[in-house]
Write a protein that binds this ligand. Structure first.
Ligand code: BGP
Length: 468
């Protein structure tokens, strides 16, 4: 029997404010950390925003979102995941009152989604801590961040909670382990940051996440709040049990974050790790109580898998924020991310078995260089490689559903080309819609449907039955 997706499955796309909105100082916004990261994670931040930073203009979504949402509606999206730029709402982050003009922008965006039949899913914090909080407080190292974040989240829930049901607290919260500035707003450079400060910052983020989960439920019991992690299955490079254990430990670095969100307490294996590296966390009784407020669902990004080995002679490959040992059986993208549809089925099953909570794939996609060509008088991209990626991953997800996994939705990363989070390039494109903007900042910003646009539209129209 062919596997099928459930009725009412959500189909859509996902983006982050800093990677597409542009308008980085409009209507009272102040810079976020992204506005001083012109090279993404590839270089240290600059002192001030510099013109070579593509994110300052992004793809000008701030002014063109109606037209872009029309394209998403044409593909049949029923969900659109986006983030709120914290520094539009609280420009410095530590003000008492929010910036009304920033709130109005998201009123308009939410209403535009609803008018087109798309359920909004909001990421409260997606790699875009207000710059002032990073510089003045060292981001999440400072416990006062919990209060700033709670105030910000309360404003969002009270303002939009009547129209927005699905919320994610932090994008890829586990990325803070590897990229403390990006995911923790921590200004101290990676090589200077102590494990003590890093894990205390992580603790503050986890408490803040649980605290606003409780808050959302108090404000409106219908709100659904999820955690969001980077999901990267780690396979043992060899059958040597030492490699198997290494793979398990590698996965646990990430799973710990969702274990805490789902079970409401630190797992024993993480407590052991903290003891072994000499970290003593400051955890109050109130913190422990707050952590018991667990999430309604688990969401994750999935791009790739890695291998793990204890052999010191094996080199790590390129890759997503986490990196890892390359798998000799898998092909790679132009950026070294290994393409592994079966890995998606594996983690969907693992996550369902582990937490028994509904799951959302809120990011999945292929970053590739695209060539704009003319076909039948229209400019387009013949991106069969992206269509293959899409179909193979959805086939794996559909198998997981047949395995009994409670999967609720799929939002492709970057349904329209956006600036890359890791490399800050525009040439690393994920979209079904091409945006005419180049790495040197040139381009008309015009939008063009790629071949994959029609493929995704057909998949959605058939509720995932038509996977080629
Ligand atoms: C995830 C981030 C996104 C996104 C995506 C693709 O890690 O949540 O913000 O950009 O990866 O990564 P990149 O843009 O680096 O190719």
């Amino acid at each position: 029997m062919t596997a099928t997706f459930p009725d009412h499955f959500y189909w859509g796309g996902a983006v982050a404010a800093n990677q597409l909105e542009g308008a980085y100082l409009d209507d009272g916004k102040l810079p976020s950390i992204q506005d001083v990261m012109p090279k993404g994670i590839m270089a240290p931040p600059t002192k001030e925003p510099t013109p070579d930073n593509l994110k300052l203009v992004g793809i000008d979504f701030y002014h063109r979102f109606e037209e872009d949402l029309d394209l998403f509606a044409e593909m049949g999206f029923t969900m659109f995941r986006f983030s709120v730029a914290w520094s539009r709402i609280f420009p410095n982050g530590d003000e008492e009152t929010p910036n009304e003009a920033g709130l109005v922008f998201y009123d308009r965006l939410i209403d535009a989604c609803l008018a087109r039949g798309m359920e909004p899913m909001i990421t409260i914090s997606h790699y875009e801590t207000p710059l002032h909080l990073a510089r003045t407080y060292d981001g999440w190292v400072d416990r006062r961040m919990i209060g700033f974040y709670e105030r910000y989240a309360r404003v969002l829930f009270e303002r939009y909670g009547d129209r927005v049901k699905y919320w994610l607290t932090f994008n890829e919260i586990n990325a803070v382990l590897h990229e403390p500035l990006l995911a923790g707003g921590i200004w101290t450079s990676k090589d200077q940051l102590t494990p003590q400060d890093l894990y205390q910052a992580i603790h503050h983020e986890l408490v803040a996440s649980a605290s606003v989960t409780r808050m959302a439920h108090q404000i409106n019991p219908d709100l659904q709040v999820g955690c969001m992690i980077i999901a990267i299955p780690a396979y043992p490079l060899t059958p040597d049990p030492a490699d198997v254990w290494k793979a398990k430990s590698t996965e646990r670095e990430s799973l710990a974050f969702a274990d805490i969100h789902c079970r409401g307490a630190y797992p024993g294996y993480l407590l052991r790790h903290l003891r072994e590296i000499g970290v003593t966390l400051e955890i109050s009784d109130e913190d422990r109580d707050t952590l018991t407020h667990t999430v309604d669902f688990v969401s994750f990004s999935y791009y790739m898998s890695v291998c793990a080995t204890t052999d010191p002679g094996v080199e790590k490959g390129e890759g997503n924020i986490m990196g890892g040992v390359p798998n000799p059986t898998l092909p790679s993208s132009e950026w070294g991310w290994q393409i592994d549809p079966t890995g998606l089925r594996i983690i969907l099953n693992d996550f369902w078995d582990r937490w028994g909570k509904p799951l959302f794939i809120v990011e999945n996609g292929l970053g590739a260089r695209d060539e704009l060509v003319e076909v039948d008088g229209n400019l387009t991209v013949v991106d069969d490689y992206r269509i293959d990626y899409l179909r193979s991953h959805l086939t794996a997800a559909r198998e997981a559903v047949a395995d009994g996994v409670d999967l609720r939705g799929y939002t492709w990363w970057g349904p329209i080309d956006v600036v890359s989070a890791s490399t800050a390039q525009l040439s690393k494109r994920y979209g079904f819609v091409y945006v005419d903007r180049n790495d040197d900042g040139t381009g008309t910003l015009e939008r063009h449907r790629k071949k994959s646009f029609g493929a995704y539209r057909d998949i959605i129209a058939s509720n995932g039955a038509d996977l080629g």
